[in-house]
Each structure stands twice: as C-alpha cells, then as structure tokens.
Design a protein around this ligand. Structure first.
Ligand code: VGL
Ligand code: ZN
Length: 199
C-alpha cells in the first residue's frame, strides 16, 4: 500500500536554542533522515507565521507566553514569537535531509493558528494536504517530528478522521509537555486508533 512519511515542523525555533525550543528536539534528526528511504512520499510541514501573528503572546495585551486565550474558534495557547516567515528560526534544521516531495506551510493566516498538517485550528480551513495525498493514492501515514503533544497529535487525529491508517513513531518525536499535555495527547491518539510506535 502506498505510504507517506509526514515530518512535522523540524525547524530551528523548535530545536534547542530556538524561540520555542522543544527539549531534545534535535535528537530525532538521525532517525527521521534514516526513515525517509522507506516511504513512497515524504512531506515536510513548516510552521510559517507572519510577524505579529495572533498566536503570539506579544500580540495580545496583558498576556504572557503559555497563557491561554479565547479565539473566535476556541481556546488557544499563546506562544513566544516563533517561526516568523523568512527568518532563520523558521528554516528547517540544517541537518534535516532535503529530499522531500512537498512542503506544506501552515499558520500563515494572521487570525488563525494551525497545529495540524491538514486543518487550521478552526478545524475547517484546509491546508490542501488531504487532496495531495488522495491524488497520489496514499493511504498510510507515519507521522514524526515536533511537537508530539501539539502539531504531531493534531495532525494524527485529523488524519485518522480523514480515513488514513496512521502511525506516530514516538522515538522520532519530542514533546513540549505543558500541564500534562503529552499524556492527554497520547491518550487521545490511542483512543482514536493511532498506532503509537516505539521503533
Ligand atoms: C507548534 C506550538 C506553536 C508545533 C507550532 O509545531 O507543535 N506548537 N506552533
Ligand atoms: Zn506556531
């Protein structure tokens, strides 16, 4: 069956030294690079925010990073400024192998954040990835990258809902883990039918 490796947000700002560093974020690079050869398609996602994006605490009065706020589409965690379009922080980690077929950018609409590779956080605005995968006849997805409890989990849950067979390879993911968010994400993925791999 035709399969794809979906590599979520392996960007400088999510790696040690970055603006929203995920602990151990750069440790997964060798595993991800080695996996690429085993798939019919390789897709990268790139968190890609305009300056002053609404998900940045700095654009909301009186809010600090990691506070939560109410957006028109529901609750939203506010982040430090990160992955601003065209900056070094938004670039892929220099050690990430470059032979991907497609790069999906997300989070570029000023008033909606986008964790999932498939839909923005309003859960209805599509990124176009579903159409791409369907047109290529891809039915099985392995998802890896950053961060397990946000963009990886949201992507995996959407993928299952869209009818893909989904595996998340935990050894090639790292989490932010705020207030138990990692456990919640793992539980939701398990309950939704995502296979949680340990390589
Ligand atoms: C992410 C928070 C904000 C992620 C992206 O890639 O998990 N998390 N933007
Ligand atoms: Zn972001």
């Amino acid at each position: 069956m035709t399969n794809a490796l979906i590599i979520i947000d392996v960007q400088n700002d999510f790696c040690p030294g970055g603006a929203l560093a995920v602990p151990g974020g750069d440790e997964i690079l060798p595993a991800i690079n080695a996996m690429m050869a085993d798939f019919d398609a390789v897709v990268l996602t790139q968190d890609w925010h305009p300056k002053g994006h609404s998900s940045f605490a700095s654009s909301q009065d009186g809010k600090a990073p990691f506070d939560t706020t109410a957006m028109a589409y529901g609750p939203q965690v506010l982040w430090p400024d990160h992955c601003v379009q065209g900056t070094e922080g938004a670039a892929f980690h220099a050690d990430l192998a470059t032979h991907a077929d497609l790069i999906i950018r997300k989070g570029y609409r000023p008033h909606i954040d986008s964790y999932s590779a498939f839909f923005e956080n309003d859960q209805t605005t599509p990124t176009g990835l579903q159409g791409y995968l369907n047109e290529r006849g891809i039915k099985e997805l392995t998802i890896v990258g950053l961060a397990t409890d946000f963009c990886v989990a949201f992507s995996a849950l959407d993928a299952v809902r869209l009818g893909f067979k989904v595996r998340v390879e935990l050894a090639a993911c790292r989490a932010i883990d705020m207030d138990g968010s990692l456990n919640t994400a793992l539980e939701s993925m398990k309950n939704a039918g995502v296979t949680l791999g340990q390589m």
